[in-house]
Design a binder for this molecule. Structure first.
Ligand code: MGD
Ligand code: MGD
Ligand code: MO
Length: 785
């Protein structure tokens, strides 16, 4: 993702024209007091992770403790457990091979069906390399690149050099190619629909600056956006700015709505005085927004001038909303039945949004669903009808909750990354992975394994699933992140060989044939920036300790293998670890110099062991998304066919899809409150955890802070609890027809504020059945090996 963002930021920097003078600052790693304290205890080393720059105190060569290395308001518990990550009983200590696979080595075209149930035996690195080399050559000779899936989605660790799956793909691009992935789990639906509507993927773009929001917005809508929680991390490294902005929001006079099935950590932080809960039924946001739009149009509150000048297709949308298209008017009463929010509240929100400068901050949970495309298309449609897009503090933002979006972009020399092709070429960091003809949409992995050669529709194209005979996963955990794991597990038995590279015995590693132990980011040297949008800091990621056990860096694993294939020169470009880092840093430093920002030379930077902060840019502080387009839509057209916001898309019309019409529309999800059968009356929502990054850190002591009955906490409404005789702290079985998981009943809502609510979480927790078999990071078997 960051590559997109860095590219964007570079473009913005170029666009920003006149360059101010002035140098950048070194942030002292810790406050003087904390610093003195830490120095007395031992040496401090600076590193970083997705959850921010870290100051790590060492003692006798061991990691003692870790703390934030920059000011980070509020607690970010993720920053405290570096030692637990490194010294951990679920680390993989040496290369391992599955017993049945080893026994069957001469006949592995016929897999034995025992993945996930078999024992592992240790082998040497050389033996592991021998087997991998032989099998990779055989697979290429028999099936070509389409036989190897190396899409390997996942969040790996931060760093511009030690990028797990990028390095794997770099190696495989030199040996013959692979099947990659399209899109991601985060925004899979939005990033396909948004280019048709706005001409950009929109989800990974800088937002209207928080400074502007705090000054000009009268209403902020958290639409399934849990900023306090989800901004603890970034794809590169968190700059911690969201907490600062939330604090200011709490202190401001701005009215906040939390449109969410849950009373989130963010809502809780803002408090009931500042923030009103609109506890919507999951999966019904489009209906709810249509109800608001109906009221806006009925009252003649829609902004006809804006719609005419900046959008196409309002007439079709209007006809649909008013019921002229399908005979069903999308009235507030109609929307209330589906969403669980009263028609009066819907009318009130329509009036408030119309009368006040309103910023809709949308998270991504609303689109990580069946028909998820509609949710963000409808969000843009609603914002267009309100007519505030491009005005200070108005419109919508799809990334305020992520990577501290809205923290203004700094003037900076931006660090490049190692690419998945050698010597320049594509340095795509996240989305497509270099073999686009063969790539499959990322969440199609089960479908691909089950239907080799099968056809599927994707964004107007008919594509064909490859015949995957080998899987190599490096830096991700599909047994954590994929849906319907029983189905994945069945498909997973089909390939001939599966290699997994990870520091830990994840559920995925346990389903491999060959398991290779990777280092954590604390066992190698690297660099990162903070703030995928802000480019706020450059941080040295210094090696804290030697690789644990027989673990090796992913970089070195693929370098060793590259030698066996005679491609090591192209792989390494003749550079070792520190030479790579110096080259990346030098490039950033040169670009900084052109902007008259003084960065120290690499050696000094590295030895100083400090976080480097980039200077502010007054222009960026005042940034308003779509202001240029609003000022002059002819000179600054959008990248859509019409150059305008497409509320109706002729491109999509021409696709003739039943499940995506040419304008945003209400398509009932296959499973939701509205069609729940009696035996599965509850709906499970699986938001991202405050205490983990997906499955990462699940194996640390953080778990002790939040686990209930030693399981992931399950929040249930008192009404649902009463009907089931569940007490706080009970171990509960959560199940449906597809699978089951154990959880601990915790944070049972019983505060007076929620208990008195009629439309409370009970309405969402009741009568709905969707369950994804592992909640984020539940990993029922993580500890069981
Ligand atoms: N039910 C449900 N499922 C979801 C979601 C949800 O909201 N609900 N969210 C989805 C989303 S948005 C996402 S992004 C995905 C996340 O899914 P993943 O990105 O797969 O989850 P992580 O736990 O971050 O997995 C990263 C893995 O990389 C390993 N790793 C870390 N550093 C290194 C390294 O240097 N080298 C190697 N080789 N390995 C390393 C970690 O140990 C871990 O096993 O989950 C998706 N799945
Ligand atoms: N601490 C922490 N931060 C993270 C992550 C993490 O694992 N831990 N993961 C990171 C990643 S990779 C991503 S993609 C982002 C994810 O960012 P998001 O996708 O925005 O995060 P979620 O927590 O899945 O969902 C946000 C909110 O949407 C609500 N929600 C769910 N369904 C619905 C619905 O149908 N309607 C409405 N209105 N609301 C709904 C949830 O209750 C939740 O409060 O977070 C990132 N930040
Ligand atoms: Mo994600």
């Amino acid at each position: 993702m960051s590559q997109h963002k860095y590219t964007l930021n570079r473009r913005q920097l170029l666009k920003s024209g006149a360059v101010l003078g002035g140098g950048a600052l070194f942030t002292p790693a810790l406050s003087p007091l904390a610093c003195a304290q830490a120095m007395a205890e031992g040496k401090i080393i600076i590193t970083a992770a997705h959850w921010g720059p870290l100051a790590v105190t060492m003692k006798d060569g061991k990691i003692l403790k870790s703390e934030p290395a920059i000011e980070d308001l509020g607690d970010n518990p993720l920053q405290t457990v570096v030692a637990d990550q490194v010294y951990n009983k679920v680390r993989i200590s040496q290369p391992m091979i599955r017993k049945g696979f080893l026994d069957n080595l001469d006949n592995i075209t016929q897999p034995d069906g025992k993945r996930g149930d078999d024992a592992f035996i240790p082998i040497s690195w050389d033996k592991a390399y021998d087997i991998i080399e032989k099998q990779l050559r055989r697979i290429y000779a028999s099936y070509g690149a389409s036989g190897i899936f190396a899409g390997s989605y996942g969040w790996r660790s931060s760093g511009v050099l030690h990028k797990a799956f990028t390095l794997m793909q770099r190696f495989l691009n030199l040996t013959g190619g692979y099947v990659g992935h399209l899109g991601d789990y985060s925004t899979g639906a939005a990033q396909v629909i948004m280019p048709h509507v706005l001409g950009t993927i929109e989800v990974y773009e800088q937002q209207t600056s928080w400074d502007v929001v705090l000054k000009d917005s009268k209403i902020v809508v958290l639409w399934g956006a849990n900023i306090y929680n989800s901004s603890q991390i970034a794809w590169a490294s968190s700059d911690g700015q969201a907490r600062l902005h939330l604090k200011k929001l709490k202190e401001s006079g701005i009215k906040v709505f939390n449109i969410d099935p849950t009373w989130t950590e963010t809502a809780d932080y803002l408090g009931h005085d500042r923030c009103e809960w609109v506890p919507i039924n999951p999966g019904t946001d489009v209906a709810f927004m249509l109800g608001i739009c109906h009221e806006l149009i009925r009252q003649n509150w829609h902004d006809a001038d804006f719609l005419k000048k900046y959008t196409v297709g309002f007439e079709q949308v209007r006809a649909y909303i008013m019921g002229e298209e399908d005979g069903e008017a999308k009235t507030p009463e109609w929307a209330a039945k589906l969403s669980g929010i009263s028609a009066d509240k819907i009318r009130e929100l329509a009036r408030l949004f119309h009368e006040n400068r309103t910023m809709i901050m949308s998270g991504w949970g609303i689109q990580r669903q069946h028909h998820g495309e509609q949710a963000h298309w409808m969000t843009v449609t609603l914002a267009a009808i309100l007519g505030q897009i491009g005005l200070p503090g108005g419109g919508f933002g799809l990334s305020y909750h992520y990577s501290n979006g809205g923290a203004p972009t700094r003037r900076a020399g931006v660090l490049p990354n190692i690419g998945n092709t050698a010597s320049g070429g594509s340095t795509s960091d996240w989305l497509d992975t270099g073999a686009s003809q063969l790539s499959i949409p990322v969440a199609r992995i089960s479908d691909a394994l089950h239907n080799p050669g099968g056809e599927y529709a994707y964004n107007g194209q008919t594509r064909t699933f490859p015949h995957i005979r080998m899987i190599w996963w490096c830096g991700g955990n599909p047994y954590h992140h994929h849906q319907d794991l029983n189905r994945l597990r069945a498909g997973w038995q089909k390939p001939e060989i599966i290699i997994v590279q990870d520091p830990y015995w994840t559920a995925t590693a346990k389903h491999a044939d060959i398991v290779l132990p990777a280092t954590t980011s604390y066992e190698r040297n690297d660099l990162t920036m903070t703030g995928d949008y802000s480019n706020m800091h450059i941080v040295p990621m210094k090696k804290l300790v030697e690789p644990q056990g027989e673990a090796k860096n992913d970089y070195d694993i693929f370098h060793d293998l590259a030698k066996r294939f005679g491609v090591d020169a192209a792989y390494s470009e003749g550079k070792n670890e520190m030479q790579w880092l110096k080259a990346f840093y030098d490039e950033a430093q040169q670009s900084a110099r052109q902007q008259r920002i003084a960065m120290p030379l690499f050696q000094q930077f590295w030895e100083e062991n400090k976080v480097y902060e980039n200077p502010r840019d007054p222009k960026a502080d005042a940034y308003v998304r779509y202001a240029d387009f609003r000022a002059d839509p002819v000179l600054n057209p959008l990248g859509t066919p019409s150059g305008k916001i497409e509320l109706y898309s002729k491109t999509i019309e021409a696709m003739h899809y039943d499940d995506c019409r040419a304008h945003a529309s209400w398509l009932p999800p296959v499973e939701y409150l509205g069609n729940a059968p009696a035996e599965y009356p509850l709906q499970l929502v699986t938001p991202h955890s405050h205490y983990r990054l997906h499955s990462q850190l699940n194996q640390t002591s953080l778990r002790e802070q939040y686990a209930v009955a030693n399981r992931e906490p399950l929040w249930i409404h008192p009404e649902d609890v009463a009907a089931r005789d569940i007490k706080d702290g009970d171990l509960v079985r959560v199940y449906n027809g597809r699978g089951q998981v154990l959880a601990g009943a915790g944070r049972i809502y019983n505060s007076s504020a929620t208990a008195t609510k009629k439309t409370s979480i009970s309405d969402t927790a009741k009568n709905i059945k969707t369950l994804q078999e592992t909640e984020n990071g539940c990993l029922p078997s993580y500890y069981a090996h």
